[in-house]
Design a protein around this ligand. Structure first.
Ligand code: HEM
Length: 332
């Protein structure tokens, strides 16, 4: 078919689409069709008015009686897609890469924070079994969600080229199902963790002093940095990712899941909060594992060496040595 004949067909079809938009928008369609005819004379093949009408987000007649069925193109969907693909994917990718690079550079330059004194071999109880179970349930579900979430958002850039569409599609479906299933378990674990840890994370003036001294002042059971992680990360971001996640799973009552705006907004907020959460968790996981000698012992076995306690939580150790329980609460 010749190009001129094709463009004539496209123009005819475009005017047809405007007319097909239905009786409710008939007047607007008439105007757009007239604008199109006028434009034809000066700018052949430019059918912008038609597409502006198609993209106008106006609800037209549809025999299907579900919300938004009469909207041919939902403009919010385009905004969502651009924001998700262009802002969250790009800047979120940078943030997580920066967090990983920062931690790796710090480790390469400074190595782990070593104990200044030799281990005494005397172990001090730091966490009960329930506290450790609560921690590891949150940590394990979080890591599964982080890995599956990263693949859902960025997998098309690094996995799709390797696996090809026919393997990547089913894999993505599987990972998305795992993500949707583990999400509620994460929220439940998070609630348990909050209840178990909140009492010892109440901010005090000592935390400010600890933070202002760059971590050099003695600390109680949890220091100012740990409390920031508890309130800003675990509690604050935990609530945001959980609430938006439950909405995306269509499980929160009272929300109109058929109109796409609620899902699009939840998806954007969920994405931003999750990325911030992952970036913060990289710092926590680093310091709780290879970044600080002796720190992992507490979460693994429940006890820490006395030298570690003295160097990192001296006020807590003073309380324990004075007869307090593992939380540092002295008998009254
Ligand atoms: C492999 C991953 C992880 C490791 C190795 C790890 C390690 C640790 C360690 C060693 C502690 C004890 C610190 C101390 O004795 O003062 C701790 C505490 C804690 N961790 Fe993790 N953690 C991991 C993942 C997570 C994740 C994913 C979260 C939350 C999303 C989390 C939340 C917490 C909280 C809330 C505390 C108690 C500190 C406080 O309440 O301020 N951890 N972690």
């Amino acid at each position: 078919m010749k190009l001129a004949t094709m463009s004539a067909w496209v123009r005819a079809a475009s005017v047809g689409i405007v007319l097909a938009l239905g009786t409710v928008g008939a007047h607007a369609a008439d105007n757009d069709a007239a604008a199109q005819v006028a434009r034809e004379a000066t700018q052949p093949s430019n059918n912008a008015p038609v597409w502006r009408a198609v993209n106008s987000n106006v609800e037209h007649y549809s025999a299907i009686k579900t919300p938004e069925a009469g909207v041919l193109i939902q403009a919010g969907g385009h905004r969502w897609s651009v924001f998700r693909g262009g802002v969250i994917t790009v800047y979120g990718g940078w943030l997580i890469s920066l967090a990983i690079t920062g931690v790796a550079l710090f480790f390469a330059m400074r190595g782990p924070i070593k104990l200044k004194e030799a281990r005494t071999g005397k172990m001090v109880k730091r966490f009960t079994l329930i506290e450790r179970y609560a921690h590891w349930s949150v940590a394990i579900t979080f890591i599964v969600l982080a890995i599956t979430g990263i693949i859902i958002l960025w997998g098309r850039y690094f996995l799709l080229p390797i696996l090809g569409g026919s393997a990547y599609g089913p894999l993505l479906w599987l990972l998305k199902s795992v993500h949707n299933l583990i999400g509620p378990l994460f929220t439940i674990s998070l609630i348990v963790m909050f209840v178990v840890y909140v009492r010892d994370n109440m901010p005090t003036g000592d935390d400010i002093k600890w933070l202002l001294s760059g971590g050099k002042r003695p600390a109680h059971r949890f220091n100012g940095g740990e409390k920031m992680w508890f309130w800003g990360g675990v509690t604050g971001l935990g609530i945001v990712v959980s609430v938006t996640g439950w909405i995306l799973n269509s499980t929160v009552p009272g929300i109109d899941y058929f109109t796409r705006e609620a899902m699009q907004l939840s998806n954007i907020i969920h994405g931003i909060a999750s990325i911030l959460f992952i970036a913060m968790s990289i710092g926590h996981i680093y310091i709780g594992s290879i970044g600080m000698e002796g720190s992992y012992d507490g979460m693994r076995s429940g006890s820490v060496d006395e030298s570690w306690a003295k160097e990192h939580h001296a006020l807590w150790l003073d309380d324990v040595n004075a007869g307090a329980d593992h939380r540092g609460r002295r008998p009254t």
